[in-house]
Design a protein around this ligand. Structure first.
Ligand code: 13P
Ligand code: SF4
Length: 319
């Protein structure tokens, strides 16, 4: 779907200057995820991982929030700011994890686990969040699970790979919803091992949305912020990066002298390490959404009120 059916930027327009002007006029803040294209990251007021972005969204005094990320991120910002306008440059920017956990099926699944508390990864819909006790991101998932007594049975949804990494890290059983990120699940263990042979001095930094076979070869498993921190701090001169390729922009800026080696997916012919949803946002769509103040995120107020409780619980536990 084209969210701006009749809208294109006027030819020859300086999009950077226009975005600056509109941001000022509207008292808008632009929040961007590390997987966005470089121009968007560079013009954003703040670039971060999912946790930092939701913390920023919770604190902002801007009247309009433009979320350069995917739908569940903008939706979380709207739940935290029901009275503000939240814009997403392309409303089709979804996520395979959120789409793979339909709320009605999730409710049926949860009914099979009475007495369980429910931890949901932030990559899910508002309706799924509304059925959860607490939300987590990849940077605080271990801490959130640890906040429950050891004998408390837990459901973890929707990412089975993140959930199983937490299980292995804490040696604790979790009931896992069988979802996955379509980008991270196709990193190839075989090709990663071949890269390690080719670059024996390289360290490996991987996102916990990857399968266990890939993660077992990583020196660091962490969120996008944790991966960037590790890349800055490691004395290694070569880093194999096992996450979405958008992160390389900040990593190159931080580490001009290090060699960054993006890990390949299992298919030579595709750009499998690029998230097709994140990449729907472009600088032109960012300009258009500020100019036209659409597409706007809306959330059913009753669902939003329920979803706010586990989001706030996460923010409190993450202070
Ligand atoms: P983080 O930035 O929180 O690590 O999340 C990665 C991701 O897949 C966002 O969609
Ligand atoms: Fe969802 Fe994966 Fe894309 Fe992140 S990278 S938005 S988890 S599909």
């Amino acid at each position: 779907m084209n969210n701006h059916p009749l809208s294109v930027a006027e030819p020859g327009l300086d999009l950077f200057a226009e975005i600056e002007r509109l941001r000022r006029d509207l008292n808008a803040v632009i929040l961007a995820h590390f997987y966005q294209e470089p121009d968007i990251q560079d013009i954003a007021d703040f670039v971060g991982d999912s946790l930092a972005l939701s913390q920023r969204a919770a604190e902002t005094e801007a009247e309009v929030i433009v979320f350069a990320g995917v739908h569940f991120m903008a939706e979380t910002a709207k739940i935290l700011n029901p009275d503000k306008q939240v814009l997403l440059p392309d409303l089709e920017a979804g996520c395979s994890l959120a789409d793979g956990c339909p709320p009605a099926e999730f409710a049926t699944f949860l009914a099979r686990y009475p007495g369980h508390k429910v931890i949901s990864y932030i990559n899910c819909s508002a309706a799924t969040k509304a059925m959860s006790d607490v939300i987590c991101t990849s940077s605080n998932a271990v801490k959130i699970v640890q906040s429950f007594p050891a004998d408390q049975p837990l459901v973890f949804a929707p990412d089975r790979y993140l959930g199983s990494w937490v299980q292995r890290s804490l040696n604790r059983d979790l009931v896992l919803w069988p979802g996955s990120c379509e980008v991270h699940e196709v990193f190839s263990e075989k090709r990663l091992v071949e890269l390690k042979v080719e670059y024996p001095a390289a360290v490996v930094a991987a996102h916990p949305e990857c399968p266990a076979g890939v993660l077992q070869h990583a020196d660091l498993v962490g969120s996008t912020s944790a991966i960037l921190k590790y890349a800055r701090e490691t004395p290694a001169r070569q880093i194999i990066v096992v996450t979405e390729a958008g992160i390389l922009h900040q990593m190159r800026k931080d580490n001009p002298d290090k060699e960054l080696i993006p890990a390949p997916g299992n298919d030579e012919s595709c750009n499998c390490n690029e998230c097709p949803y994140m990449k729907l946002n472009t600088l032109e769509k960012l300009y258009l959404c500020l100019r036209d103040r659409t597409p706007e995120i809306t959330v059913d107020p009753a669902v939003a009120a329920k979803a706010l409780i586990p989001i706030n619980r996460m923010l409190e536990l993450s202070r």
